[in-house]
Design a protein around this ligand. Structure first.
Ligand code: HEC
Length: 173
């Protein structure tokens, strides 16, 4: 399938240098099929703007996937609380999780509050956020089809931000 050929993708630095992925994997999600690009360790820098270009991908009928046969998006590497997590929480969670209106006795209006226990403190004595732990309630509840994924109307991409920030980036500030 042409979407899994690494030569169809390039990440371009602001300096103009082109970096191609070492591998492209097909990922089936609840929300449709997507691809995941893999780059050599150290090929991309943390907290840096890049352009990602996709070109020459054909659909199942052999027709170009994009009108111009290529598409470019701006990307930013690295997840921090300060960006983009704080912004997602503000928009999608904090209206129901703040002082005076703390759903489940849990607040999302500060970095420290994310580590609280919430309403199930006695039955489940674990903080809702444990850096590196995919079983953190904050990860589970924001996963596709789980309650806060639905309540916050998260997109698949936003849901992935939570698990990647908490597990891979150790919930860094
Ligand atoms: C429409 C209001 C609403 C929105 C939006 C919302 N929540 Fe909730 N949330 C609640 C309510 C009410 C509860 C308590 C009932 C329950 O546990 O389902 C809760 C419970 C939780 C809990 C469990 C707390 C505990 O320890 O019992 C977590 C974690 C959580 N929400 C995270 C989030 C996150 C992250 C978002 C944003 C992606 C979000 N919520 C969006 C209303 C909301």
């Amino acid at each position: 399938m042409s979407a899994t050929q690494a030569t169809h993708y390039a990440v371009i630095r602001t300096s103009g240098e082109r970096i191609t992925p070492t591998r492209v994997a097909w990922v089936d999600t609840l929300f449709g099929q997507t691809v995941r690009l893999f780059f050599g360790l150290g090929a991309l820098e943390d907290s840096t703007h890049y352009q990602l270009t996709v070109l020459g991908v054909r659909d199942a009928w052999g027709q170009p996937l994009f009108a111009a046969d290529s598409a470019t998006v701006e990307t930013y590497t690295g997840l921090w609380y300060s960006y983009p997590i704080h912004d997602v929480l503000q928009r999608k969670c904090t209206p129901c999780h703040r002082a005076g209106n703390a759903g489940g006795n849990y607040r999302t209006d500060s970095y420290e509050a994310l580590y609280d226990f919430g309403s199930d403190a006695s039955s489940n004595p674990r903080p809702n956020l444990i850096p590196g732990d995919a079983r953190s309630l904050l990860v589970i509840r924001t996963s596709p089809r789980h309650s806060m994924f639905n309540a916050g109307h998260l997109s698949y991409a936003e849901s992935q931000l939570f698990i990647n920030w908490i597990v891979t980036y150790q919930a860094r500030r």
